[in-house]
Design a protein around this ligand. Structure first.
Ligand SMILES: [Zn+2]
Length: 577
């Protein structure tokens, strides 16, 4: 800092007058000004960042809603009704399950018809939302109706929930309204509640928590959740005497919801009885991925989900361990015995992908991806995502499109494949001296002549070789890059050269033009030391924003930022910015 804290007394005072009323005079005298400075600035900074992140998230979410609406409309125009319903159903279900206040009216018959449509019991696409049936005659022409209570004079008298209307949250309404149009928008005004939401006289108001816990994956919640909410309203109707002491709406939180902070694990070592460093290093990187921890901790106990449950047990064990201690991973080790013999060193990359795909399969059933014809990359992606609604797909899956040029008709054929990682060859043939991660990517994505026979779909000509170019068409939230240090051909060996990698990686040049999020920040590194038959794996990963070096049972802070330039880097994890 260039400014000595004594030169900023004015700012200190004004801050105190406006925002820090909680500080008593006695306390502030106890604290030196310097301390105060140190205390306050980061807090304000974090609050600002938090707010900006929340607003960004809201923007991103609205953008996502708009994108999905556009795609659904497009698929309907193209006659792909089933695909459009798959996407709509899973998306609207996720919106309804969001724990934000339900303040938007939808006429009941429309809602029932909509649910029936999503369940495919009727074929006809729903018409415009028609809320005019809920309004008194002089209000039906308006676009927006703001009501202060259920007895608002703009509403028809005697309306009952689950009979005349359902309530939706803001995002569900936005989605449905964008897609189907109609109106008017009828919204309960949160700012001026007619009754005091804080006075509760009968303990029945737990309804709100029921709402948050509803995790059904069918479209039923549209009706079910709404039921819970208006039962609450309904009660107040039946007993007018208690009207003033009941909540007029289920939740009184702000519309911009603060996302719960994902749980962060303490840094804990993993014991290694023999040759298990390949497993430990991979696990330590996965354990730094908070969304994965959160999701797998929430999984219901089920005996047929062996790997998911073993990972959940591991998470609970780490959660309850003292930082710096080391725990046993025996359960997972034993489960992998069939695949990975314990008498020899194994490949961390093979284990990582094995574990991820086992969990993925347990969560969605057998991998349902099969080669099909798709019009474009987005359609292929939509189909893949709706068939794989699991956390592994959500966090790690991306998509690659490969274009093949026919020599005869010059047409370009496109194929699309989901990916969980990228396997980058380290061939000295292409990069003679220094290995840079970006060069490895360049090499991987360059146009390539493949000497396999290939039949052109358009002209049926059998090409003896084909020019193929690949591009990323969907970027994953977490990008796993595997540097192929171990080669079998022409001889078994390990390429030991250093590969440098950046802290911030932009993969824009390897992506299709319309791909939006291409920037990543370093998240974890698995490093291999030594030679092919022997050697040792370690990992660098974060816990609570601090980088650690994980060497089996020994965990140390990465004080010198070695995670940025480890010479043996073998698998690199990046997180999307
Ligand atoms: Zn052709």
């Amino acid at each position: 800092m260039f400014i000595c804290c004594n030169t900023k007394p004015k700012q200190d005072k004004s801050q105190k007058n406006t925002s820090t009323t909680a500080y008593s005079d006695v306390e502030s005298i106890k604290q030196s000004k310097c301390e105060e400075q140190i205390h306050k600035e980061p807090v304000q900074d974090t609050a600002n960042k938090q707010l900006i992140m929340e607003l960004n998230q809201k923007d991103k979410k609205l953008q996502e809603i708009q994108n999905i609406v556009n795609r659904i409309k497009l698929y309907r125009e193209e006659g792909k009704l089933n695909l459009s319903i798959d996407i709509e159903k899973s998306f609207v279900t996720s919106l309804i399950e969001e724990d934000i206040p339900t303040l938007y009216f939808v006429e009941y018959k429309w809602a029932v018809n909509y649910t029936t449509f999503l369940e495919r019991r009727i074929q006809e696409v729903p018409k415009k939302i028609n809320n005019t049936k809920l309004l008194t005659e002089d209000n039906t022409q308006k676009e927006l109706i703001i009501i202060k209570s259920q007895k608002d004079s703009q509403l028809l008298p005697g309306l009952q929930p689950d009979k005349h209307y359902v309530l939706l949250n803001e995002r569900s309404w936005t989605f449905i309204h964008l897609l189907y149009g109609g109106g008017p928008k009828i919204i309960i005004d949160l700012e001026k509640p007619v009754t005091s939401p804080d006075i509760i006289n009968d303990g029945q108001t737990n309804v709100t928590s029921n709402t948050a816990n509803t995790t059904k994956l069918s479209i039923e919640p549209l009706i079910d959740i709404a039921k819970l909410e208006y039962n609450n309203l309904d009660d107040s109707d039946k007993s007018p005497n208690t009207n003033t002491t009941r909540r007029p709406y289920p939740q009184k939180t702000n519309i911009i919801k603060i996302e719960p902070k994902p749980y962060e694990l303490p840094y804990v070592g993993l014991q290694n009885p023999k040759y298990y460093c390949y497993m430990n290093s991979a696990l330590q990187c996965l354990l730094s991925i908070r969304e994965l921890n959160d999701s797998l901790l929430k999984q219901q106990k089920q005996s047929n989900k062996k790997f998911t449950m073993a990972y959940q047990d591991l998470l609970r064990l780490v959660q309850s361990s003292i930082p710096g201690s080391a725990i046993s991973v025996e359960k997972l080790q034993n489960m992998c015995l069939n695949k990975f013999k314990y008498s020899q060193q194994q490949d961390a990359h093979e284990f990582l992908l094995y574990l991820l795909s086992e969990i993925q399969q347990e969560l969605v059933g057998k991998n349902k991806y099969q080669k099909e014809e798709f019009q474009n990359a987005l359609e292929a992606w939509d189909v893949y995502k709706t068939r794989n609604p699991d956390i592994i797909t959500d966090l790690f899956a991306g998509q690659i499109a490969s274009k093949s040029h026919c020599l005869k008709c010059k047409e370009i054929s496109e194929g699309f494949d989901p990916i969980l990682d990228l396997n980058l060859p380290l061939s000295k043939y292409y990069i003679p001296r220094e290995f840079k991660l970006q060069d490895c990517l360049q090499n991987y994505f360059k146009e390539e002549q493949i000497n396999d026979a290939w039949k052109c779909d358009k002209c049926q000509f059998i090409n003896k070789s084909v020019l193929r170019k690949i591009q990323i068409t969907q970027t994953p939230k977490y990008l796993i890059l595997h540097l192929k240090r171990f080669t079998q051909f022409p001889k078994s060996q390990k390429i030991t050269d250093e590969v440098t990698y950046p802290e911030i990686l932009d993969i824009k040049q390897f992506c299709a033009e319309n791909v939006e999020y291409t920037k990543y920040t370093l998240k974890g590194v698995i490093s291999h030391m030594g030679q092919l038959n022997g050697g040792h794996y370690v990992a660098y990963a974060q816990r609570q924003n601090t980088w650690y070096h994980f060497d089996d049972n020994i965990v140390t802070k990465d004080k010198n930022n070695k995670h940025l330039s480890d010479k043996g880097a073998y698998i690199i994890f990046y997180e999307q910015l």
